[in-house]
Ligand binder design. Sequence first.
Ligand code: ZN
Length: 286
Amino acid sequence: MKLLRFGLPGSEKPGLQLEDGSRIDASGFGMDWNHDFFADPSNLKRLGDWAGKNADSAPKISEGTRLGPAVARPGKLICIGLNFSDHAAEAGMDIPKEPIVFFKATSAIVGPNDDVMIPRGSEKTDWEVELAFVVGKKASYVSREEALDYVAGYVLHNDYSERAYQLERGGQWVKGKSCDTFAPIGPFVATTDEIPDPENLKMWLKVNGETKQNGNSNKLIFGIAFLVSYLSEFMTLEPGDVVSTGTPPGVGMGSKPPQFMKPGDVVELGIEGLGSSTQTAVAWTR
Ligand code: ZN
């Protein structure tokens, strides 16, 4: 199934994207795609049954309706840094011996096609197409062998980054990762049955029509099962939490000369099986 959310910011409703690409309002199921929904894996099966009975009669979502973040505000948005060796090289950094883990403020999360706002005074706003996964069960000290049982689905994420805040202002990367609108998530969460091999998905990103990132999740240094197990050693992963697994090469920081975003730039990105999203850059306003 493909789970999405639609409507105005802050009052999104749950929906589903059907096989033919059409979208239906799933409010009738009675739950949003949030912690409580993912906490009980039987909800996914019940939702499948509901969709089987109601796909034809549920209200259609009209084209042009705003999509919200594909999951309701998660408890945690965790990111993995430098998880593609060729991206580490373009960033001028060593391949990490263990995963680099950082947080992104959940207040940065927006819908997949919402505008991205360049922070006040920012000169180094950059893009990062990423494969993210949604946690499906409370995970603490999970072994690698059982780790994938803890994943509910996969979703497209653009890990927008302000490089000066991230790398030139000291301390943790969180400063450059958390600005409002820096985490478009969606268009939909594809449940794991839809993505049999998450570590072999094409990933791409264009800026103003020009391809910047053209990668594949088969280049992940630390794979998804490893990451679930690894993270669960340091913190409890909770249902609905989102983990973003890192970006392939082709970010603005790595371009020669470096290229960063300006108002009016249009960023389009996608991952095989997970759809695509588009953000237009706008200048900061309060
Ligand atoms: Zn990233």
